[in-house]
Design a protein around this ligand. Sequence first.
Ligand code: ASP
Length: 329
Amino acid sequence: MTWSPELPRVTVFSLGGTIAMTGSGHGVKPTLAAADLIKGVAGLDGVARLDAQAMFAAPSVDLTYADIAKVAAAIGEALAGGADGVVVTQGTDTLEETAFLLDLLLPAGAPVVVTGAMRNPTLAGADGPANLLAAVRVAASPDAAGLGVVVVANDEIHAARYVRKLHVSRPSSFASPTLGPIGWIVEDRVRIALRPASPTPTLDWSDPAPLVPLLTVSFSMDARELAALDHPEVCGAVIAGAGSGHVPSAFVEPLEALADRLPVILASRVGAGETYRQTYAYAGGEIDLVRRKLIPGGYLDPAKARILLTLLLGAGADRSRIAEVFAGV
Ligand code: ASP
């Protein structure tokens, strides 16, 4: 491609995922690199001067904290080297988590956009090229600076801290059920309609990731299932409680014992809205659990709460610092 020197510079990192998958007849696997993805996207050469960097060719469930920390470092280098914005392409299965992890690892500054595709390149109506074009438009837009990491899909812009994958297959899978999108892309324009009131904290990464299991409460659950959390190497835990943050009464004592030893975050399995603090007083209601030292997860869904707790524990934060960050995020 030949680019006009006036265009902004955007670096595209590829990590794998459906957007990069090819195959013939017996399913698809990630094979395409960033340079392949940008080839042939109609209109891309008029939006930005692109640098392509292949980092991984993985299904997104195989990405790790260490991998995303490498991506964060590479993003920092690209921006320091003169890029005006960055796009990360990856699998959609864990994109809501990796985008939030990048949001916590990078200070809010130049636009950093994560995107993927729900339909692989072999399918009719593959959404990868349109998502990549939209993502590059956002990464090239000065209006998108200072938002923190955003996710672009289906011509919508979502803040990493709110976005979730809500459908297995549709191109409209990504949504922010608590808030809605913060902007959109139409024709060649990027519209930022909302800006987060405050940035997320910027945290350091230190290998190895502490063990932080996530347990989802479900109907008529047996307290023996909590045994999975009682492992000597577990450093903290997230409980995805029912409703606004509730567990069966039989969980109360074992959870109190656990929260005595480790930080335990109380999130909601609903995945939209914010955990309560002062409404339900029964055994296993949020008043009871907070009194027993569980830490309210606020509006973070359980998977994002697990990422924030993991980084805080890795950085050596104590219980009061953890509670303070969760209260202020
Ligand atoms: N399984 C794929 C992945 O997350 C799904 C996708 O990219 O949409 O890597």
